[in-house]
Ligand binder design. Structure first.
Ligand code: SF4
Ligand code: SF4
Length: 325
């Protein structure tokens, strides 16, 4: 284990550590990366980049979270195609996604599964350090539903050098509070985190063939900035607003002009529909979102805005709204 810790420490000091998490919408892959990012951000020595990648649909569709952590400034702003650590939140997603794609031989794999590391390595043809934890089972005890992301977060915290478990718990509490979870649920998640520590099974395995997990011939979106992929991915015929919760719409309101121009909503909106204009004082000023056809009410902007300027509101009786102010 010390060898892994020193290798990860070297990565933090040199090229930077890259982590990718695969799951389904609702499985918490994105929250796992966001919580780790929140812990890393609390350390003034670390630079952090985190962003999610969604497909068009809401619940059940594949989602990906990307996280870069480094002691040096991070110049890259692209998808992670060769992660040092690959996390799998939901085995079901492997029918369409190769969660281990591009992971170098000897990489680290963390799986939410009831399998042993050896069985997981055989099933998914993995070579490297394989960590498995029955996150769904542990969550069932604390949350009454199988959602293994907090257990994976605990595994990651134990693995990463300099990641303190108490700090992680405190940041998790903060993050869930921002998502407006009731206090009892926040407490249950923190208890779930604590109960997951030390529960992982770990083994070094060598089950990958020479051609397994090759990077996709599709080169990804290369060096495009996070968020830029949305414009490429978006089909004008795919009216993603159809996935929004029925009877509700996104509402943006900033009557006191408190938008601070942080741009988090712009970068995180998977549909690239946040409207803004240049502002000499704060860089950009957000004015709303073009919700009529493409807002799927994924809640990313609602969760991420530090000023709480986005909300979900019932549709007015007279009909649907368009661009929001
Ligand atoms: S809810 Fe916000 S982030 Fe999600 S699609 Fe709508 S505008 Fe974009
Ligand atoms: S996340 Fe909120 S504060 Fe930041 S730019 Fe968007 S609207 Fe403004």
């Amino acid at each position: 284990m010390e060898m892994i810790a020193s290798r990860l420490d070297d990565l933090l000091a040199t090229e930077g550590l890259e982590i990718r998490a695969d799951g389904r919408a609702g499985s918490g892959a994105v929250l796992t990366m966001q919580a780790l990012a929140a812990v890393a951000v609390a350390n003034p020595r670390l630079h952090v980049q985190e962003w999610p990648f969604f497909s068009s649909a809401r619940k059940g569709a594949p989602t990906r979270g990307f996280l870069r952590i480094s002691r040096r400034p991070i110049a890259k702003a692209s998808e992670i195609t060769h992660p040092h650590i690959a996390c799998l939140l939901d085995e079901g997603v492997t029918t369409t996604v190769d969660f281990a794609q591009g992971v170098p031989h000897g990489g680290i794999f963390i799986l939410n599964t009831t399998r042993s590391p050896e069985d997981g390595a055989r099933r998914f043809r993995l070579s490297g350090r394989v960590v498995t934890i029955d996150g769904d089972g542990i969550a069932q005890r604390f949350l009454k539903k199988p959602i293994g992301n907090i257990s994976l977060l605990a595994c990651l915290t134990e693995l990463l050098p300099g990641f303190d478990q108490e700090v992680t718990q405190e940041r998790l509490r903060w993050l869930l509070g921002r998502r407006r979870l009731p206090a009892s649920m926040i407490e249950a998640n923190c208890n779930l985190f604590a109960a997951s520590l030390g529960c992982a099974n770990i083994a070094d395995c060598d089950e990958a063939g020479p051609t397994d997990h090759q990077p996709s011939p599709f080169p990804g979106y290369g060096d495009l900035a996070p968020g830029a992929q949305s414009r490429l991915r978006l089909s004008r015929n795919n009216l993603t607003s159809a996935y929004a919760r029925t009877g509700y719409r996104l509402k943006f309101a900033d009557p006191e002009g408190i938008c601070n121009g942080c741009g988090h909503c712009i970068v995180n909106c998977p549909e690239n529909i946040i409207e803004f204009h240049p502002d000499p004082a704060i860089g950009v000023r957000v004015t709303g979102a073009l919700i009529t056809q493409y807002c799927k009410l994924c809640h990313e902007c609602i969760a991420i805005c530090p000023k709480g300027l986005f909300t979900e509101a019932p549709l007015p009786a007279e009909g649907k709204g368009g661009s929001q102010q």
